[in-house]
Write a protein that binds this ligand. Structure first.
Ligand code: GDP
Length: 193
């Protein structure tokens, strides 16, 4: 199986695994209910029926082939109800990339996304970390409260990438994680150049 729950979060930047490839930590942030777990499960290839029960195990590792090159992502799901807990603080420190998720059917979650972006900027001030803003639940057309234009405009202000997804329809989910890989590589390349 390509999926392995992982609990080795100990060192501070990108790790190398046994094959010598880089491992990057991707942290999902966003209000409860916006679809973070659903997105991570799709990434990890997990079906609803074998979901892990206990929170705290919400990290999944998978190697993606993007543009002919392999990169391993360790995707960590946080939960905002425990915004102040140690795990959340830890995630704010160790991510190599951040995915901030809101639901297009929930304006409050869109506002929370802005707060999270500000919080990230404060925590990781000097670093040029990739951030992807994600408007999820696009399948719920008639319940939409946040337009695609608003999402895009917000991403411009935040200086981050933007994509709309539907975990329910599995729409744009692969594109989201491939985009994360490309953003990480762009930063790596400019660092090495
Ligand atoms: P989390 O709290 O952010 O991890 O959100 P979950 O992944 O647990 O999702 C919360 C609820 O929204 C669940 O009932 C999901 O089935 C549902 N959900 C997640 N993504 C979508 C989506 O794209 N479309 C629809 N219609 N429902 C979704």
């Amino acid at each position: 199986a390509p999926v392995a729950p992982c609990s080795s979060w100990s060192s501070d930047s990108a790790d190398s695994d046994s094959s010598g490839e880089s491992l990057y930590r991707v942290v999902l942030l966003g209000d409860p209910g916006v679809g973070k777990t659903s997105l991570v499960n799709l990434f990890a290839g997990i079906q609803e029926r074998d979901l892990p029960e206990q929170p705290g195990e919400d990290a999944y590792e998978r190697t993606l082939s993007v543009d002919g090159e392999e990169t391993t992502l360790l995707v960590m799901d946080t939960w905002e109800t425990e915004r102040r807990n140690r795990f959340h603080n830890y995630c704010m420190q160790v991510g190599n990339a951040y995915v901030i998720v809101y639901s297009v059917t929930d304006r409050v979650s869109f506002e929370s996304a802005s707060e999270l972006r500000i919080q990230l900027r404060r925590t990781r001030q000097a670093e040029n970390i990739p951030i992807i803003l994600v408007g999820n639940k696009t399948d719920l057309v008639r319940c939409r409260e946040v337009s695609v234009e608003e999402g895009r405009a917000c991403a411009v202000v935040f200086d981050c990438k933007f994509i709309e997804t539907s975990a329910a329809l599995q729409h744009n989910v692969t594109e989201l994680f491939e985009g994360v890989v490309r953003q990480i590589r762009l930063r790596q390349d400019s660092k090495e150049a």
